[in-house]
Design a protein around this ligand. Structure first.
Ligand code: FE2
Length: 428
């Protein structure tokens, strides 16, 4: 087997060399800046291309960004890596370019082989916030940013009034990145939420009033309402009445008798389900929950909400995307309880051969291990810190102020300038 050689791109271990080059460049060594240019040109171009989508425009912006970096190099204090500083300059340049031409470009189609496949819509954080809080009547539990990557992405959490486990869904609105995903197989294909029995008529009316069409369907003996998030992501309301209405968030305009009770589970599309089912049964000790046509249902765990996984066989659709992209479900999180059980499950899964479990990652409110399942769905196994949502704001004011993830505190000004403000009725 051969590996295609890739140009060297700076990584963490190369920071010392980078610093030496920056110091030399600051002292007027043009060759040192040329080396920095060669080292980071390709990476910077990739970032800018996500905005412009046009190579010629991106190359112009990269040139302009390096020129600005060169002119302002004396202002670079080394608080972040040169690469991060340069990326910020390039993103700002790209955003200014897009403002000049009057719009954020969006790609609406993608080519897979001979097929043209629709991508999802890129939306704003405001669209996402309004959909979840004003249309679905959920409480915003937390406004923060995604912990992964160099470019800030909103991470918005929604749930019931108390942010109880099993009621939380989160979103990464991609307006600044302009990146849309593609629905398909080997991917979570629908988010299913629980509502009280008998409330679907109310929900169909409410959705229509807010501009969302829905379809009534039935599955596993439960009435369901299918509709799409503004970006195109499929949602389902399942009239299973599984939850505690007393803990609903009525400030969103939906009474407790009808409010969303939390999660019901997920639907996953997969071309060949056998390995996915083996993972659920053997890896997670999931129980069979019946089957209907091409769908098989499994129930994960013994207590709590949102435990239903419906595996739907689909050999016709192309694979969906796995990157952070608008309109797709990136992952599904499961409450593992505590650190010991997390490590126990990680060891168990790895022992079965599912060795691509990550190390535990501190997500501020909880600690997570991720594992790509054979269904293609990314599963997160997380335990919550005792303070959970109140670690950075009190329970009465959850979701009101924007919370900078601690690892990015030194980039606060950049993040606040970069993400669009949200109109929430309270200060962000
Ligand atoms: Fe997560």
């Amino acid at each position: 087997m051969t590996h295609k050689a890739e140009p060297t791109i700076a990584c963490g271990s190369d920071r010392a060399g980078e610093r030496t080059l920056v110091v030399a460049a600051k002292n007027g060594d043009a060759q040192a800046f040329e080396t920095l240019f060669k080292r980071y040109r390709r990476k910077t171009l990739a970032v800018v291309l996500r905005y412009t989508r046009v190579v010629e425009d991106a190359e112009d912006i990269v040139q302009q960004s390096f020129y600005k970096a060169f002119v302002h190099l004396s202002q670079f204090q080394g608080e972040s890596s040169f690469s991060t500083w340069l990326t910020r300059i390039a993103i700002n340049e790209a955003l200014m370019f897009l403002r000049r031409i009057g719009a954020v470009r969006e790609i609406s189609i993608d080519i897979i082989g001979d097929d043209t496949v629709a991508l999802q819509r890129v939306i704003s954080g405001q669209d996402d916030y309004d959909f979840h809080t004003k249309t679905l009547g959920l409480r915003c539990i937390k406004k923060t940013a995604l912990y992964d990557g160099e470019v800030p992405i909103y991470h918005l959490y929604y749930g019931n009034a108390h942010g109880d486990g099993g009621t939380i869904l989160t979103a990464f609105p991609m307006r600044q990145q302009g990146v849309a995903g593609r629905l398909g197989t080997n991917q979570i294909s629908r988010m299913n939420l629980s509502v009280p029995a008998g409330s679907l008529g109310f929900w169909a009316d409410r959705l229509r009033e807010h501009g969302f069409e829905s379809q009534e369907v039935e599955g596993y003996g439960l009435e369901r309402l299918h509709f799409n998030h503004p970006c195109g992501l499929p949602y389902g309301l399942i009239a299973d009445g599984d939850g505690d209405p007393a803990r609903s968030w009525e400030a969103g305009g939906v009474s407790a008798e009808r409010a969303i009770l939390g999660t019901h589970g997920i639907t996953v599309k997969v071309a060949y389900p056998d390995e996915a089912i083996r993972y659920l049964r053997k890896g997670l000790d999931a129980q069979d929950g019946g089957s209907e046509g091409v769908s098989q249902r499994f129930v994960v765990g013994t207590t709590g909400r949102g435990r239903n996984v419906e595996i739907v066989e689909d050999k016709d659709s192309p694979p969906g995307t796995w990157f952070f992209g608008e309109g797709t479900v990136h992952h599904c999180a499961w409450d593992i309880g505590e650190s010991e059980s997390q490590m126990e499950l990680k060891g168990w899964l790895e022992g079965l051969g599912y060795t691509d479990c990550t190390e535990p990652k501190d997500r501020g409110y909880f600690v997570s291990v991720y594992n790509r399942t054979p269904a293609g769905a990314l599963f997160e196994y997380a335990w919550s810190k005792p303070e959970l949502w109140t670690i950075d704001e009190d329970a009465e004011h959850l979701g009101e102020a924007f919370q900078i993830p601690p690892p990015f505190m030194h980039q606060k000004d950049f993040i606040m300038n970069y993400l669009e403000p949200l109109e929430t009725g309270v200060a962000v």
